[in-house]
Every structure is written in C-alpha cells, then in structure tokens.
Design a protein around this ligand. Structure first.
Ligand SMILES: C[S@@+](CC[C@H](N)C(=O)[O-])C[C@H]1O[C@@H](n2cnc3c(N)ncnc32)[C@H](O)[C@@H]1O
Length: 259
C-alpha cells in the first residue's frame, strides 16, 4: 500500500520506546544457530581473528557480540536501551566471555580505542526520513575504526522487499506472544512505516510503530563512499553475490589506510 500523505510521526524517535517493550521477545527469539552463522559471515567478510577488536553498533541483546567474544575477539557492544545492555551483560556473564557493553546513542558514540571492525546488524540503521541524520551513524562508525578497518551494515534488500511487498504478516513467539505487522510505504518521505500489534493470551493488544528509510543497495553504497569508505560493495546475507532473490543485503566498506 502506498500512501502519499506527509507523516508527522516520522519526526518522533520511535525506537526509544519500541525496543524496550515486546520487541525484546522477537529479538530474544533469534535462533542461536542463525546467530552463529551470521558471526561466521562477519568474520569471513572482515578477516577478523582472535586478538582483534570489533564494535557491535546497536548490539541489541548482545547475542552477536557474545558469540564473537567467545571466538577470542575483543568486542564492545553499544545500544541505546539500558534494558538490552543489562541483558547483554548477563549473557556475557553466563557465557563467560569478556564482551563489554555500554548504553550510548550510536549516532554519536565513537569508541576511544580504534577497532578493526564495526558491524551494524539487523535493520539498526535508517530510522529517520532525514538522510543526514542517518548518515551520522556511519560517520560515528568510521570514526571508531582503525585505518584499514572494515564496516559492515546489514539491512533489508529493499529491491526484494518492494518486489514482494506484503501488507500484513503474522508470527508467533515464546510465552504466548503473537505479532501482527502491518506495512505501508510513504511516498512523501520514502519510508517504510510499520504498525506492530502484540497479543499475549487474553491481555489487551499493545501497538507500536516503526519507520525505516527505503535505501536501495546502490544508495547505501553511495552513502558509504560519501563518508569516505573505499572498496565498497553489496553482498548477500551469506557474503556471496547479491541477487534480486536476497531478502537482505550487507554493505561492506573499508576505512582507507593512513597515507
Ligand atoms: C532490530 S534491533 C537489532 C539488534 C541487534 N543488532 C541484533 O541483530 O539482534 C535494533 C537495535 O538498535 C538499537 N538502536 C536503535 N537506534 C539506536 C541508536 N541511535 N543508538 C543506539 N542503539 C540504537 C535498538 O535499541 C535495538 O537494540
């Protein structure tokens, strides 16, 4: 469904409340094998090895960061949600890994010790219709990277999403939670607007809204280049050639080496 009316809600920072509520159920429900496979892809695309360092920008519950730390990589995870950072620290304790976690705004946060890799995973980017605002996240990542370090951005392949657009999707999760997600596109702001309705047994339905800027892979590549990344390319979720059949994509860019 395409809507041409200007949207006022896109100016609100929806993520400040969205993630602290039932969105956690969806993130916690991620399959550990899938997380391990994604961390395999991160290490393959970047060449990360034990003893090196990485920053998980918008780390959520810390599953990727803890998996990477269990492989000997020094990881700092950053997220705006204090609740998620508490969970991430608990997970690190449970798994006995040395990942560090910090509550911070990833649009601004620059790590003081340059890292070899920054990764931003699972649609944690493009939350505003304003390109300059979104670009701040990539700039902060670049400022945290060592010369020659690699940046990965995992994002929906919007070509695939638009070609297979579904207005409504229902899914079920542990603890009796079911989720109905209704999507529409705002042509006036170039954003994907989603309404998430959570049902838990007999409790009243809770509703949240989210907004994602529609960036095609080539637009993300251009944004990386504008920031100053080199050797920029888009690959599939497994790190292979990106095709129209890929529902998601990863943008890979390298920080230039010092002259
Ligand atoms: C879809 S979740 C993905 C979490 C994690 N990367 C994963 O793959 O499981 C998006 C995350 O981005 C975080 N986030 C969104 N905007 C942020 C910001 N400006 N600064 C820090 N974290 C942010 C949210 O709190 C949430 O944890």
């Amino acid at each position: 469904m395409i809507d041409t009316q200007p949207q006022s809600h896109v100016e609100t920072q929806w993520w400040k409340t969205f993630y602290d509520d039932v969105a956690m159920v969806v993130l916690a429900d991620q399959d550990p094998d899938t997380i391990r496979g994604q961390v395999d892809t991160i290490t393959r695309l970047t060449g990360l090895s034990p003893g090196q360092s990485a920053m998980d920008q918008c780390c959520g519950l810390g599953q990727h960061a803890c998996e990477l730390a269990s492989r000997g990589v020094g990881v700092i995870g950053v997220d705006q949600s204090a609740l998620y950072i508490d969970h991430a620290r608990q997970l690190a304790r449970q798994r006995q890994v040395a990942a560090e976690f910090m509550v911070a705004d990833a649009l601004m946060y620059q790590h003081d010790r340059p890292v070899d890799v920054v990764y931003n995973w699972h649609s944690s980017f493009g939350y505003s219709p304003d390109d300059a605002w979104n670009q701040k996240m990539l700039h902060a990542a670049q400022q945290s990277l060592a010369a020659g370090g690699t940046m990965l951005l995992e994002f929906p392949n919007m070509l695939h999403l638009l070609a297979h657009f579904r207005t409504s999707i229902r899914s079920t999760h542990p603890d009796g939670v079911s989720l109905t997600r209704t999507s529409r596109i705002s042509a006036s702001t170039g954003t994907l607007h989603q309404v998430w309705e959570y049902h838990k047994e007999d409790r009243p339905v809770r509703t949240h809204e989210s907004t994602l800027r529609i960036y095609l892979p080539d637009q993300l590549i251009q944004m990386f280049r504008n920031i100053g990344f080199v050797n920029v390319r888009a690959v599939s979720p497994c790190g292979d050639t990106l095709t129209d059949d890929s529902p998601r994509c990863i943008i890979v860019g390298r920080n230039p080496l010092d002259e």
